[in-house]
Design a protein around this ligand. Structure first.
Ligand code: NAD
Length: 248
C-alpha cells in the first residue's frame, strides 16, 4: 500500500517544495491549492516527469465542507491519507495593532488555525488505529513569529501561529496512542512570496543580518525538515517543534 501525502497550499513556496520532495520519497501526493490551479498543475507535472504520482485538488482549507470534500476526493483518487502537512497560511499587510480590525483577525485565524484544525481532524479520522486506520504523521507549519510576537508588523499572524503550536502539542498527546505523530516546524525568514502579501517582497534580504547564519532560508531547507518529521526516522518524535531558522 502506498503512502499518501496531502500538502495544503502546495502550489508554491514551502508547500511546493514539500510536494516535490515528498514524491521523491515515494509518497503519492495531493497538491492542494486555493486559487492557482495552473501553479498546482505545474507542480504535479514536475512530479510526474520524474516518475512520481500526484494530483492537484482545489479547496479553501478554512471552509469545513471544502476540507471534508478534499479528503474524500483523496480517498478515491489516491487512497487513505497517511501523511498531512498543514502548510497553507496567510500573512496580511504589515500594520500596527491600532490599525487592525476583527475582520482581519478572522481571516488570518480562519486560514492559519481553523484550516490546520479541520485538516488535522479529517486526517485523524482516517489514520487513527483506534478507528481501524494505519496510523500516520502530521506536520504543522508554524513560525518563529509565534515566539517573537512580530511587534509593529503582524501580531495577529504571530498569535495565530502560537495557536498552531498549542494545537500541535494537544493533538500530539491526544493521538499518541492511536499511531499518529504530530509535530511542527517553525521557519524563520524563507525566500517565498508570502512576504509580498505582507507588503514587503524584499523582507528576507532586509532582515537577514539579524539571522545568526546571516542568510534567509530556501523552501527546500524547510521541506527537508518536514520530510524528516514525517518519516520513520522520526519514529519516537511527537509534540516537537523544530526551528528551521538559521539560529534566529
Ligand atoms: P506562500 O504564500 O508562498 O504559500 C502559502 C500557500 O498557502 C499559498 O499557495 C496560498 O495560496 C495557500 N493558502 C493560503 N490560504 C489558503 C487556504 N485558505 N486554503 C488553501 N490554501 C491556502 O508562503 P510560504 O512562505 O510558502 O508559506 C507556507 C507556510 O510557511 C505558511 O504557513 C507560512 O505562514 C509559513 N511560514 C513562512 C515563512 C517565510 O518566511 N516564508 C516563515 C515562517 C512561516
Amino acid at each position: 500500500m502506498s503512502q499518501v501525502l496531502i500538502v495544503t497550499g502546495g502550489s508554491r513556496g514551502i508547500g511546493a517544495a514539500v510536494a516535490r520532495l515528498g514524491a521523491r520519497a515515494g509518497y503519492a501526493v495531493c497538491v492542494n491549492y486555493r486559487r492557482d490551479r495552473a501553479a498546482a498543475e505545474a507542480v504535479v507535472a514536475d512530479i510526474e516527469a520524474t516518475g512520481g504520482r500526484a494530483i492537484a485538488l482545489a479547496a479553501d482549507i478554512a471552509v469545513e465542507d471544502e476540507v471534508v470534500s478534499l479528503f474524500r476526493q483523496v480517498d478515491e483518487a489516491l487512497g487513505r491519507v497517511t501523511a498531512l502537512v498543514n502548510n497553507a497560511g496567510i500573512l496580511e499587510r504589515h500594520a500596527r495593532v491600532e490599525d487592525m480590525d476583527a475582520a482581519r483577525l478572522a481571516r488570518v485565524f480562519a486560514a492559519n488555525v481553523t484550516g490546520s484544525f479541520l485538516c488535522a481532524r479529517e486526517a485523524v479520522r482516517r489514520m487513527s488505529t483506534r478507528r481501524g486506520g494505519p496510523g500516520g504523521a502530521i506536520v504543522n507549519v508554524s513560525s518563529r513569529a509565534a515566539r517573537l510576537g512580530s511587534p509593529g508588523e503582524y501580531v495577529d499572524y504571530a498569535a495565530s501561529k502560537a495557536a498552531v503550536d498549542t494545537l500541535t502539542i494537544g493533538l500530539a498527546r491526544e493521538v499518541a496512542d492511536a499511531g499518529i505523530r504530530v509535530n511542527a516546524v517553525s521557519p524563520g525568514v524563507i525566500y517565498t512570496d508570502i512576504h509580498a502579501s505582507g507588503g514587503e517582497p524584499g523582507r528576507v534580504d532586509r532582515v537577514k543580518d539579524a539571522v545568526p547564519m546571516k542568510r534567509g532560508g530556501q523552501p527546500e531547507e524547510v521541506a527537508r525538515a518536514i520530510l524528516w518529521l514525517l518519516s520513520d526516522e522520526a519514529s519516537y518524535v511527537t509534540g516537537a517543534n523544530l526551528d528551521v531558522s538559521g539560529g534566529r
